[in-house]
Design a protein around this ligand. Structure first.
Ligand SMILES: *Cc1c(COP(=O)(O)O)cnc(C)c1O
Length: 449
């Protein structure tokens, strides 16, 4: 079976279209091949095999067109095959594909770094270097903080997710599936409470103050502030379930870091690049991190990540102490420049805020009549629903509702420490009619109609 168009990108018909059951026969055939060629450790959210994607849809091998509320986990914020990204990458791939920036440099890498130095929070002197993945960015940020401070301890938070390498899985809070059986873990990592308003024992109004006091007390008593190189925190916990720390919590942690010479590292791998209705989620409370890690939405799906931070921190590392073979690959740099142009020219920061308003108003109304919805939260195009057993806060696993949405042609993702969060990360270029249609499918799945 073939699709109506031969190209991806926003030219793809922006419609939900189901021509087979989900997954269809061709996808099931391919999935059987996947099962014998790829280990099960590489999981699958929805086993439809994609042939094209663009705007707000993904099209599968059976010709079904699904509404995309996932963006490949917050990556294709400018859409799939965004024209400015395609054009730049096509030109670059014909010019040269790689030199290794550490061997013979090229301009696009420098330009991406200049842009990030200018766009990230704070008007202090900054430096940026590029790597391949979010985990690599976080790991490098910790290396820099340790080197610059001469200290070793790293403090992270409950519900945090920072990647799958040895150090970053150690920084990650959740055991299953990220850590189970993969120890021993990296030393000198300490975990403290996060201000999780919905689940704070004494209620959301006390959450910021109490959580910050507990976190700071644990650091002082169990680690010693003078031993801490860095605090690593997501301004909105992503995999943990789109938990927005209670307002006031982040500023208190930042103030503690400043008073004790601790490097404040914001992991904006999921929240960055217009996703939350600000270019970076830290802007919402005026947080100026010492180092900010970015990836996912940075390059329209090409592998790229960045570490941006105070010049005096990044410049403290000796020549040759940072880098990697592929970091800042020229195709990925061109893609990032195309992404930044797209965000600006298509006003995607404002667009993300608009998506958030549409989603929150419909989902909050739904909460009034659907008793399994415990909480509706998030900012911009990063919105989640936390499911509970009616009348309690006991987690209700989100898999069944997600499966109902998938069967109707709406791609949604799950998350959460308790696996009970449905999360929505639509491409910022998704047309309003598709957004509304996706929400209607979701409403039906949640209300059991
Ligand atoms: C996805 C993610 C990472 C890891 O990024 P990879 O590119 O998968 O290595 C780190 N931190 C956060 C907040 C993430 O969402």
């Amino acid at each position: 079976m073939t699709t109506a168009t031969t190209h991806g990108g926003p030219q793809l018909p922006q419609e939900r279209r189901l021509v087979t059951e989900i997954p269809g026969p061709r996808s099931r055939e391919l999935f059987a091949r996947k099962q014998s060629a790829v280990p099960p450790g590489i999981g699958t959210t929805l086993p439809v095999f994609v042939t094209h994607a663009g705007g707000g849809v993904v099209v599968d091998a059976d010709g079904n067109s699904l509404i995309d509320f996932g963006s490949g986990i917050a990556v294709t914020s400018v859409g799939n095959a965004a024209p400015r990204v395609v054009e730049r990458v096509q030109k670059q791939v014909a010019d040269f594909t790689h030199t290794c920036f550490m061997v013979t440099p090229y301009e696009s890498y420098v330009e991406v770094c200049e842009k990030l130095n200018g766009l990230t929070p704070g008007d202090h002197e900054k430096r940026t270097f590029l790597v391949n993945s979010g985990a690599e960015a976080v790991e490098n940020a910790v290396k820099v903080a340790r080197h610059a401070t001469g200290r070793q301890a790293v403090v992270v938070f409950d519900h945090g997710y920072h990647g799958r390498t040895l150090l970053t899985m150690t920084l990650t809070a959740k055991n299953m599936p990220y850590k189970q059986g993969f120890g021993p873990f990296a030393p000198e990592v300490h975990r403290v409470p996060l201000a999780y308003p919905f689940r704070w024992p004494t209620g959301p109004e006390n959450c910021a103050d109490e959580a910050a006091a507990q976190a700071i007390d644990m650091i002082n008593k169990q680690v010693g502030a003078e031993n801490v190189a860095a605090v690593v925190i997501e301004p909105i916990a992503g995999e943990g379930g789109f938990i927005e720390p209670a307002r006031g919590f982040l500023p208190k942690i930042l103030e503690f870091c400043r008073a004790n010479g601790i490097v404040f590292i914001a992991d904006e791998v999921q929240t960055g690049f217009a996703r939350t209705g600000d270019l970076f989620a830290c802007e919402d409370e005026g947080i100026v991190p010492d180092i900010i890690c970015t990836a996912k939405g940075i390059a329209g799906g090409l592998p790229l990540a960045a570490v941006t931070g105070r010049a005096e921190l990044l410049d403290s590392v000796h020549v040759g102490g940072l880098g990697g073979t592929y970091g800042g690959n020229p195709l990925a740099c061109e893609a990032a420049l195309g992404v930044l142009e797209t965000i600006e020219q298509e006003k995607l920061v404002e667009r993300a805020a608009h998506i958030g308003e549409v989603m929150l108003s419909r989902l909050r109304a739904l909460r009034e009549r659907v008793d399994i919805i415990g909480d509706v939260r998030g900012r911009g195009a990063m919105i989640a629903i936390e499911l509970v057993v009616p009348g309690t806060k006991d987690p209700l696993p989100a898999g069944e509702i997600a499966a109902k949405c998938h069967a109707e042609g709406l791609l949604v993702l799950t998350a959460g420490t308790y696996g009970n969060v449905l999360r929505f990360l639509p491409p910022l270029v998704m047309p309003d009619n598709l957004l509304e249609e996706g929400l209607s499918i979701l409403e039906k799945a949640l209300s059991g109609d």
